[in-house]
Ligand binder design. Structure first.
Ligand SMILES: Cc1cc2nc3c(=O)[nH]c(=O)nc-3n(C[C@H](O)[C@H](O)[C@H](O)COP(=O)(O)OP(=O)(O)OC[C@H]3O[C@@H](n4cnc5c(N)ncnc54)[C@H](O)[C@@H]3O)c2cc1C
Length: 337
């Protein structure tokens, strides 16, 4: 187990904000984790479990304990004629799992290629892209209750998945720490390529296979999104808002080109990036904080931005979108501090 005091989190968040945490603890096994959870000092302290910090915005130094898992490994936990079950350690990089699955010919997560972050967080966030979501392949999630210290295996249904959310993000539930995620992947997968410009990009490849889908998605994403190693960012800063059909029809009168997608609850999903672009933010910079020139949904650290500066720009975007469209944008990024 690794324990550090006054530890810099600059490399542990993709905005690269140089905040410090009072304590940083990284455990290697479920036994170690249980020992930490039962420790009285730990229980008295403020604590937060992080993955790669690709969905976090640190506003201040963290006056508590930042926990991080080092439980890795991808194991074949089951196999049928049609599918495999992979048991993946929460600290395993999500994209390494995708690469591993694709190289073995197992389908279901290829559309989720190149999403930053760890597998434990993927199961919390219900990550999604190109028409696929983590919930489509998650069979069970293994987690420790932070209050009772009991381990529980959540079925997919018990995870209460919905758009970018789950049981684990609901603050009314006991906090849980995910240690393993079990993924059901298909040996003869159905490809899903009718999303965005994926089909167009795939036309440049010799055929449609798991590998070419992965390659095409990586190419599109690299073209569209800034690499956090070069320009600090946390991907989509806001969730795409879901509005009523009435509200949408009213907006359509003034904005006939407003893009939309049907939402599963009979409502309408509107791309937040389009709303932000209409308000004139795209490509603009505000001191050391920028709104990415190719995708207005992404806020970028242009130099040495601090968390509260990024939060301020986010707030002015929220206000402008609300005043113009009557739509309340909700951050997808989690504010800490
Ligand atoms: C360039 C870029 C592109 C992105 N594209 C997408 C995309 O296409 N689709 C998408 O859905 N997201 C996308 N994201 C957002 C991000 O990659 C996901 O939200 C990812 O799942 C976060 O993983 P992480 O390991 O960095 O988690 P963190 O940001 O460290 O944490 C996220 C949340 O999970 C909790 N957490 C982390 N690990 C555990 C654990 N083991 N147990 C309990 N709680 C835990 C944290 O407390 C926090 O609440 C993108 C981000 C970037 C920077």
């Amino acid at each position: 187990m690794k324990i550090e005091q006054n530890y810099s989190l600059e490399k542990h968040n993709t905005f690269h904000i140089p905040v410090k945490t009072r304590w940083f603890m990284e455990y290697d096994s479920e036994d170690d984790l249980e020992r930490i959870l039962r420790d009285e000092y730990f229980q008295e302290c403020l604590s937060l479990h992080i993955g790669s910090g690709s969905n976090l915005l640190f506003l201040n130094d963290y006056n508590g304990i930042i926990l991080h898992s080092n439980i890795k490994g991808i194991h074949l936990a089951g196999e049928t004629e049609k599918s495999v079950l992979l048991r993946v350690g929460a600290a395993e990089k999500w994209d390494d799992v995708v690469a591993y699955a694709v190289s073995n010919g197992w389908g279901g997560i290829e559309n989720l290629s190149l999403i930053p972050g760890e597998t434990g967080a993927a199961a919390i966030q219900n990550i999604g892209a190109y028409g696929a979501e983590a919930k489509d392949v998650i069979e069970t999630v293994e987690a420790y209750n932070q209050l009772s210290f009991q381990k529980r295996i959540f079925t997919n249904q018990e995870c209460e998945y919905a758009y970018r959310t789950s049981y684990f993000k609901n603050e009314h539930n006991d906090p849980h720490i995910i240690t393993y995620v079990n993924l059901r992947l298909q040996k003869n997968p159905q490809f899903s390529i009718n999303y965005g410009n994926l089909k167009e990009e795939l036309a440049k490849y010799p055929g449609i296979t798991l590998s070419t889908i992965r390659e095409a998605i990586i190419t599109i994403r690299k073209e569209k999104l800034p690499d956090p190693e070069i320009m600090g960012n946390a991907g989509s800063f806001f969730m795409n808002p879901v509005i009523t059909t009435d509200h949408f029809e009213k907006l359509k009168v003034n904005y006939p080109s407003i893009p939309s997608y049907p939402s599963s609850d009979g409502k309408i999903k509107v791309p937040a990036g389009w709303l932000i672009e209409q308000c004139g933010f795209k490509g603009k910079s505000h001191g050391t904080v920028g709104v990415y020139e190719k995708q207005a949904l992404v806020l970028v650290n242009l130099g040495d931005a601090r968390g509260h500066e990024i939060a301020l720009v986010a707030e002015s975007i929220r206000t402008a979108v609300n005043e113009r469209f009557g739509i309340e944008l909700v951050p997808e990024v989690k504010y800490v501090g």
